[in-house]
Design a protein around this ligand. Structure first.
Ligand code: MSP
Length: 499
């Protein structure tokens, strides 16, 4: 079976995990689980992005506030017992672990978790960039520009709003430095050709068009090192400079399989939100092409979760932690709700009230009740049904998953649930016992009993298909349904939430 190397962005450790990060990781997990059930050789990579000015600043702020106790007064001045580097590393260890914990909580089945401060990654980055330099695509020069530390990116004048970054709403800084450049401009035509020929796909189409017009407007070379950022990987050929954090981070998709000894490069599917599409669709392929590697096959970009119209982020102080959802709705409840609220690809505003309505309607009433009703009736009527070895999946839902329409795939499966409930209401199997006892003729009784068997067997088979189709989305629930179909003992799946 073909390999499927699937990646999520590696998340900045200046911020604790929130449901925006969780969303990307979850869709990657669903696709990975889906291809695993199909027998593909799947490899899911996630991790944390731990270098750069932004992390350094967040870590030292935190360290200075928190570890007052670990700091001592020497001659009236507060001095740390730990070096800045130790404080920053401690901080990145802590937040990176928070991401691991969040993914465990959400039942994310990743194969590798990469951290960019892992010396093994740092070594591969050094080797990678040395090869790029030897190939003639790195040169020294002066850079002057307007820098947003939040984005870790130079901005153009016309991208700003009142002198501030439009995403972070903070003023940009004028920076002039002697740095090393990567000849991004050399790859414009090649990348355009890869995208237009479909060898490197970008989903959805609107995002692809954005990238194409960006490429057509002309690429400028980028500064691939920084002279004043200490928290980074030193350039192998110039130790006074560190690798630009985005270049360091993008190389993770290459370094991870090298470190793990897996022969799976290039990525088959890379997930991210629209904010970081250009880095993945332009800079990453150029870096790969510069040393003769094949770029990613498919980039998939989705929208932002907003809270009252604002992007969720630490700097805006409006984040929701995955744990908040799991505490209220359970793991699979949280997974369902994250995926089903709005179409994959577009932005969506999050409202906790809407989540509760959706949980009660779809999970507690629609799905939970269906399983309960069917199993209770099978038990009551003492009907023996042998579970299917490999129940068929819903082909419509499968196609939608392969097209990254995760919300629509869920809708499709929940339509099956709804139809089964409608069938029960229409055929009223609970009236059959009464009909049997009222009927005088043995033949009639058998006929009615057979009819009842047929209805309940059909519902049983529908539940099997619903369960296996739900497996990538709600793995524990799907397994519980299959187990209950085997044992015949109904157990509540989703307690109703009354607030
Ligand atoms: N560290 C970089 C990525 C480097 S990848 C080589 C970064 N990190 S981040 O922590 O800011 O995470 C960005 C990604 O997290 C987004 O592209 C998106 O996938 C996800 N999201 C973060 N906030 C989000 C929302 N509010 N809504 C949806 N997804 C969001 O950028």
């Amino acid at each position: 079976m073909p390999k499927k190397y699937i990646t999520t962005p590696i998340y900045y450790v200046n911020d604790s995990p929130h449901i925006g990060h969780a969303y990307t990781t979850l869709v990657a997990d669903v696709l990975a689980r889906y291809y695993k059930t199909k027998g593909n050789d799947v490899y899911l990579l996630t991790g944390t992005d731990e270098h750069g000015a932004k992390i350094q600043r967040a870590a030292l702020n935190f360290g200075n506030q928190k570890s007052f106790s670990s700091r001592v007064r020497i001659e009236g001045k507060i001095k740390s017992q730990k070096s800045d580097k130790e404080l920053i590393q401690e901080f990145t260890d802590k937040i990176s672990q928070e991401f691991k914990d969040a993914w465990e909580l959400l039942d994310i089945n990743y194969d590798q978790f990469i951290r960019t401060t892992d010396p093994a990654h740092e070594k591969v980055v050094g080797e990678f960039l040395t090869t790029v330099k030897e190939a003639g695509y790195i040169y020294e020069g002066d850079y002057e520009g307007l820098y947003c530390v939040g984005c870790e990116e130079y901005k153009k004048e016309d991208e700003l709003e009142d002198g501030s970054c439009p995403i972070h709403k903070k003023p940009v800084k004028k920076i002039k430095e002697r740095v090393w450049f990567f000849k991004l401009s050399a790859f414009q035509d090649k990348i355009l050709e890869l995208i237009e020929s479909g060898k490197s796909k970008i989903f959805p189409e609107t995002r692809k068009n954005e990238v194409v017009s960006f490429l057509k407007s002309g690429l400028e070379d980028i500064a691939m090192s920084r002279s004043k950022v200490e928290w980074g990987i030193p350039l192998p050929w110039d130790k006074t400079q560190t690798v630009y954090v985005w270049v360091d981070a993008l190389i993770n998709y290459y370094s991870a399989p090298v470190i793990a000894g897996k022969d799976i490069f290039p990525p088959d599917v890379q997930f991210m939100a629209k904010d970081i599409l250009r880095f993945h669709a332009v800079i990453f392929p150029a870096l790969l092409l510069s040393i003769g590697l094949v770029p990613t096959k498919q980039i998939v970009s989705h929208g932002f979760f907003t809270i009252n119209g604002h992007k969720m982020s630490k700097s805006l102080g409006n984040t929701i932690a995955p744990k908040e959802l799991v505490d209220t709705f359970g793991v699979d409840g949280a997974r369902y709700l994250l995926l089903s609220q709005f179409p994959f690809g577009s932005d969506g505003d999050f409202s906790l009230e809407k989540l509760e309505v959706s949980y009660n309607a779809q999970l507690a009433n629609n799905l939970g009740n269906l399983v309960q009703r069917v199993l209770v009736m099978i038990q009551k009527n003492d009907i023996n049904i042998t579970p299917t070895q490999n129940p068929p999946r819903d082909p419509g839902a499968d196609t939608l998953i392969e097209q990254f329409q995760f919300d629509r795939a869920l809708d499709e499966i929940f339509k099956l649930v709804q139809n089964a409930n409608i069938q029960i209401d229409r055929e009223k199997p609970w009236e059959f016992q009464d009909k049997i006892s009222k009927s005088k003729n043995q033949n009639d009784r058998e006929k009615i009993k057979n009819e009842l068997d047929k209805i309940l067997t059909s519902l049983f088979r529908q539940l099997e298909t619903i369960a296996v189709s739900l497996t990538p989305f709600m793995p524990t629930t799907a397994q519980k349904i299959l187990d209950q179909l085997k044992s015949g003992n109904p157990e509540p799946l989703f307690p109703k939430i009354i607030s």
